[in-house]
Design a protein around this ligand. Structure first.
Ligand SMILES: [Zn+2]
Length: 115
């Protein structure tokens, strides 16, 4: 299973275009936004960010750059709803991460608990 929490090898990055906007959305519908908080977080190695940037440059002549997330704004993914949250907001119960909402609604433990 990929996406282990706090994997020291994972390099989390945002992709920024020539206008300084952040890549956001999904693979089905990419868009650029000025709102850093909704920017898509990529795993530099697992998501092959360097290759993607090279492809875009070659295919479209666009210059995108990857900017590394500051560790303080590393995002965690809620183990219950899958939502993204900042590590600062993440609630860790010893086994799983929860967003603020799920922390409130997480009793009892979710049905699809850890294997
Ligand atoms: Zn949640």
């Amino acid at each position: 299973m990929f996406g282990r929490m706090n994997d020291p090898a994972a390099i989390k990055v945002l992709i920024v275009n020539e206008e300084g906007q952040y890549l956001a959305g999904t693979a089905a519908h990419w868009e650029f936004t000025e709102d850093r908080s909704v920017a898509k977080v990529f795993d530099y190695l697992q998501d092959h960010v360097a290759d993607q940037i090279r492809l875009v440059r070659r295919a479209y002549g666009k210059v995108w750059v990857a900017v590394r997330l500051d560790p303080s704004e590393t995002f965690e993914f809620c183990d219950r709803c899958g939502g993204r949250m900042s590590a600062v907001e993440a609630f860790f119960d010893g086994q799983q991460f929860f967003c603020t909402d799920c922390k409130i609604h997480s009793q009892p433990a979710p049905a699809c608990g850890p294997a």
